[in-house]
Design a protein around this ligand. Structure first.
Ligand code: 5GP
Ligand code: ZN
Length: 113
């Protein structure tokens, strides 16, 4: 899986991306097809396919991803923002390496549709 995964390649810097944040556990980069003025993807550096694959032994990564999103949003001085994890195709997941969308810079409706 890791060998063919585009986000693993981005994490390994084998594929270029516009990186905005990085630490030991996560890397964040601009979405190629932004859905808002700010649209950043936060991913774990290790491969996890979906949120369904988060378990007792790796669940700390979820907190690290959200903490990274919060730090990025503060740095960008976003007034508010939306964090999205799509899980499986029915929810719109197209890349099967878990990622958190950080969306900001516009108003967002609820329910999300
Ligand atoms: P999903 O639909 O799986 O929740 O989100 C995947 C996101 O990854 C999409 O918003 C898509 O635009 C973005 N994406 C897909 N391939 C690439 C890529 O090669 N580089 C970057 N920066 N974003 C990508
Ligand atoms: Zn991967």
């Amino acid at each position: 899986m890791t060998g063919s995964c585009i986000f693993c390649k981005i994490a390994a810097k084998e594929i270029p991306s516009d990186i905005v944040f990085e630490n030991a556990d996560v890397i964040a980069f601009k979405d190629l097809s932004p859905q808002a003025p700010t649209h950043i993807l936060i991913i774990p550096k290790t491969h996890i396919s979906t949120t369904e694959d988060i378990n007792d032994s790796n669940s700390n990564i979820a907190g690290r991803m959200i903490f990274a999103a919060s730090e990025i949003a503060k740095g960008l001085k976003l007034e508010g923002y939306r964090l999205v994890f799509n899980c499986n195709e029915i929810a719109g997941q197209t890349v099967f390496h878990v990622h958190c969308h950080l969306l900001g810079g516009r108003n967002f409706g609820w329910p999300p549709g």
